[in-house]
Design a protein around this ligand. Structure first.
Ligand code: DGL
Length: 250
């Protein structure tokens, strides 16, 4: 198999990266994808950095065994903990990460507030504080760690009372602020976007980082000359470390 025909590897701590995979299928419909979700070990966001690094290295080794030509770390938490170490160790393959989409949020939020929902780990890591420094003079940036939300989504709870109560409780202290946008800084959260929109109303824009990551993936495939040229629809293969995984329809 030549390099162009090899699949694209996707990794997340669980089902969250499927939200990014879904966008990739629209932009790169002829590519084959291998997705690995480590639901058995999720959530990552409340672990320590070394554990997350170790789990991420294992996942990347698993994807490399499947013969992937590029790797997408479709997990904000694993990206913030491990992306530099991954690029240092695996020099022969492009590795793409994801980070909270602060730039587009700031663009629509001039002078107002932006809430960043993410896992506790994403928000305390250096990558996020570096990102925040770029923009916190332009807008009021509010990091909002959402421990427990990944677990609900991993259990297939993406709508209804439990999610609604969780989100209302998290957001109630910001009722007095003029919040222009909310950034979904965890790839699990797009699955609860509808519930969130019902609570915050249409004046607040909800932004996730999928599109930026998919555009970066396409750029990497193009500049490394490894875009799949076949004309037929690609195949998606999904692996999970959990036998009781809840899959979400693509
Ligand atoms: N989807 C992961 C992220 O983007 C969730 C991490 C977790 O398992 O806590 O951060």
């Amino acid at each position: 198999m030549n390099n162009r025909e090899r699949p694209i590897g996707f990794f997340d701590s669980g089902v969250g990266g499927i939200s990014v995979l879904k966008e990739s299928l629209k932009v790169l419909p002829n590519e084959d994808f291998v997705y690995f979700g480590d639901s058995l070990n999720a959530p990552y966001g409340t672990r320590n950095v070394n554990e997350v690094k170790k789990l991420t290295f294992n996942a990347v080794d698993f994807l490399l065994d499947k013969g992937v030509k590029v790797i997408v770390i479709a997990c904000n938490t694993a990206t913030s903990a491990a992306i530099d170490a991954l690029r240092e160790r695996y020099t022969g393959i492009p590795i793409i990460g994801i980070e909270p989409a602060l730039k587009p949020a700031v663009e629509v939020s001039r002078g107002k507030s932006v809430i960043i929902m993410a896992t506790p780990m994403t928000l305390v890591e250096k990558k996020f504080s570096d990102l925040m420094k770029l923009y916190n003079e332009e807008v009021n940036i509010i990091p909002l760690p959402c421990a427990g939300l990944v677990e609900l989504i991993e259990n297939g709870i993406i709508e209804g009372n439990e999610i609604e109560e969780y989100l209302k409780e998290k957001l109630k202290k910001f009722g007095h602020l003029d919040v222009a946008s909310i950034v979904l800084g965890c790839t699990h959260y797009p699955f609860i976007k509808n519930e969130l929109a019902k609570i915050v109303g249409e004046k607040t824009v909800i932004i996730d980082g999928s599109i930026g990551t998919v555009n970066q993936l396409k750029r990497q495939l193009t500049c490394n000359n490894i875009l799949n040229e076949k004309k037929t629809k690609g195949i998606v293969t999904i692996y999970s470390s959990s036998i009781n995984d809840n899959t979400i329809d693509l």
